[in-house]
Design a protein around this ligand. Sequence first.
Ligand code: ADP
Ligand code: MG
Length: 464
Amino acid sequence: MSMDMTEIQKIWASVIKQIKTEIPESSFNPWIAPLVPKSYEDGKFCVLTGQSFAIQFLRLKKYTNLIEDTLSKELGGHVEFEILCDEQLEKKQIKQFQKFLAQEEQNEKNETSKYDNLKKMQSAPKLNLKYKFENFVVGENTKFAYAASTSVAKTPGEKYNPLFIYGGAGLGKTHLMQAIGHYCLYHHPELKVKFVKTEEFVNDLIASIHKGMDKNAGMSAFRQKYRNVDVLLIDDIQFIEGKERTVTEIFNTFEALHNAGKQIVITSDREPKYIQNLPDRLRSRFEWGLMVDVQPPDLETRMAILCKLARNDNITLPPEVTEFLAKTYSNNVRELEGAYNRVTAYVGVCNIELNIDSVKQILNISDTEKQIMLDDVVNTVADYFKIPAKDIKSQTRSQKLANARQIAIYICRELTDFSLNEIGTFFERKHPTIIYSCEKIQEDMQTNTALKNIVNEIIKKLKN
Ligand code: ADP
Ligand code: MG
C-alpha cells in the first residue's frame, strides 16, 4: 500500500503534534522537528534526517519506539518506523515541510471553530467528551476492535456496515463507539451522528406508541428521529432481548439506514447468536458487516491505561502503585478506573503519600481478606432488610425484594471474584439482568445517599 505525499505529510504532522508534548524541547527541537517524511509503503513509514547522529540519539532515548507506537495508532495497525540519513537533505526541504506544518496548524484552528459552531447547531449527540480515540489505549485485547472502529470512522457507511462490537462489561465498547461519533463529527461535520442506548430507544418507542390520540404522528416523529441520520450508534443491543416491538422497529430502522448507505454501529455484551429470541433476519443483519470483540486487557495494557489517566491528570503514580492497581483490577477497565479515581481523589484531598499501603487502605483491601461467598452476601442482605434469604433469589417482583436483590447482586459483583455468569446462575437470572442490577445500583448510589449508606453498611458487615 502506498500513499500520496500530502497524506504522508499529514500523518507525520499529526504524529509530531502528539509526541511533542511527551518529549523535552531540548530533544524535540534539534532532532525531531527537522525530520522530513519520505514515504509510507508496505507498513513501513520512512523519514529523512540530515544528521546521522539523530538516528542514534532517537534510538538511544527510545523516542523511535514512541514514534512507532504513535504512527501505529494513527494508521490503525502495526507500522515500522525508519529514519534514513540523507546528507544531501537540504535546508530548503526542511523549511518546506515546516511551512506545511504551520499551514496544517492554521487549518486546524479554522476547523476547530467550524467544529464548535457545528457542535452547537447539531442536536446534542450525547457523546462523552472523554470517549475519543486519543484517550483509548490499544492493546492486544482491543487491536482489531480499534482498527475496525477507526476505519469506520474514516469512511462511514462504506466499509464495515454494520460494525458490531461485543464483549464483557467495562472493556471499552461504549468508548470506541463514541470515539467513532466524535471522529465523524470532527472530520465529517456535514454528517448527522446519533448515539442511543438501547434502553433509551425502547423507552422512546413506548412513549411514541402511547402518544395521545395521534399515534401516527408520534410514530412518524420517532422514525424521523432515528432514520434521518448518517451514523447511528446503538449501545448495548442485548437489551432488546424479548422486546418484540423494539425488535421490529430496530429491524426497520436498520433496513432504512443500511439501504441508504448510512453507517450503523452496534455494541453488545455478547454475539448476536447468544441474544435470545432474536429473529434470524435481524441476527443475520447484525452479522452482515464486521463483528469484532473486546477482551480484558493484559497487565501491560492495564498499566498503560493507568499511566494515560495519570498523565491526563498531571499526576505521577509511583510504578509500584500502578502495578498494584493493575494487578488488583484485572478484568474490567471501568473498575480499574474507579479505583484510580478513588485513590487520586483521596490523595488530592488528604495529602498523604501514595504507596501500596496507603492505596490498600483507601481501597479497603486487606492482605488476609477472607473470601466472601455468594451465600454470605445474600444472607447479610436478607438480615439487613429482615426478609427471608430465600426470597431474595425467588422470582417475586415486589419493589422491596427487587431492590434487595439488586443490592445483593451488586455487592456480589463488587466483593467476590465470581463471574457475571456464575452470579447469574446463582441468582437464577440472565446475564443482562445481572449487569443491569449492577449498573443501576452503581448509578443510583451516585445521587442517592441513603442507598449508598445501606450498601456500605452491608459491605462493612460482610467484611467483619
Ligand atoms: P463497556 O461499554 O465495554 O462496558 P466502556 O466503554 O464504558 O465499557 O469503558 C469503561 C471505562 O473504561 C470508560 O471510562 C472507558 O473510558 C475506560 N476504558 C475502557 N477501555 C479502555 C482503553 N482501552 N483505554 C482507555 N480507557 C478505557
Ligand atoms: Mg457500554
